[in-house]
Design a protein around this ligand. Structure first.
Ligand code: ADP
Ligand code: UDP
Length: 233
């Protein structure tokens, strides 16, 4: 297989089918735009397993995604997409950059789910942008942005309910969308504790990549605990 792209946590390979890719989940964890980096044996398997469970749940609820099939413990076969250069974020509870940027205290329940987009560009630190910026930069059309926002709010509702059944609060998450050659917009990339903040409903204990970002726990044990909750519900 031809390696097309190596990212911080995954590799993207071409396949012998023109409109399909294989995505391999690595054991790497990064934070702070790659400034902090470690490897954790087993992380790739955990992310892939968790993300596939979530994508299958969303597909069953009517969300169209890039996922074709889980190939093995670390790899998925997906539809090849032109990814929008946007990190699409929803916040239900304040944390992370929202607190740093706006001076908010961590853990405040927001009046309503708060939608954000960042320009997916590591060189500029994935800056927050608005719709006008995205349109001006040619990252998406207004219609595409409206579609992405509508789907993202629905995905938030589905994910919130899903995680609540396993006693986890969905604090915030980042997703990506892409377009097929015939213009269909699909949910892409992954959804895992790398890309979501998840807190225990009773204790607010963190079950996500913040344990690595903040050095407050064992990443692999934390992700294993998320998977165990998913599998026991
Ligand atoms: P990063 O690029 O931020 O370091 P990763 O290591 O997760 O991130 O790399 C995976 C890359 O694959 C991302 O750039 C993501 O946008 C891209 N990607 C995810 N799903 C698809 C898809 N279906 N088609 C094409 N590219 C995809
Ligand atoms: N996120 C992500 N990739 C990024 C930036 C953010 O998956 O490149 C996720 C992050 O895990 C969290 C949400 O998006 O669930 C909001 O992140 P935030 O903007 O607070 O950024 P952070 O302070 O975590 O860098």
């Amino acid at each position: 297989m031809k390696l097309l792209y190596e990212g911080k946590a995954k590799q993207v390979y071409a396949t012998d089918v023109a409109d399909e890719y294989i995505i391999h989940n690595k054991d790497d964890a990064t934070a702070g735009n790659g400034e902090k980096h470690s490897e954790f044996a087993g992380k790739g398997v955990l992310n892939n397993t968790i993300s596939c469970i979530i994508f299958n749940m969303l597909e069953e609820a009517g969300i169209k995604t890039h996922l074709i099939e889980k190939l093995n413990e670390t790899d998925v076969r997906v539809k090849k997409l032109q990814i929008f250069e946007l990190e699409v974020i929803i916040r239900n509870i304040t944390a992370g950059s929202f607190c740093k940027r706006l001076g908010a205290k961590e853990g405040m329940v927001l009046a309503e789910p708060t939608f954000e987009t960042s320009y997916k560009n590591d060189d500029f630190g994935d800056p927050l942008i608005n719709d006008d910026h995205a349109v001006a930069l040619g990252l998406a059309t207004r219609e595409e942005l409206a579609f992405i926002k509508e789907k993202t709010l629905l995905i938030n509702k589905l994910l919130k309910e899903f995680f609540l059944t396993m006693n986890l609060k969905l604090v915030d998450f980042k997703i990506e969308f892409g377009k097929t050659a015939d213009g269909e917009i699909l949910l892409a990339d992954e959804i895992s504790p790398d890309s979501c903040r998840l807190w225990d409903v009773e204790t607010n204990q963190k079950y996500d990549k913040d344990v690595f970002r903040q050095d407050i726990g064992d990443l692999v044990e934390t992700y294993k605990a998320v998977l165990a909750r998913m599998e026991s519900k």
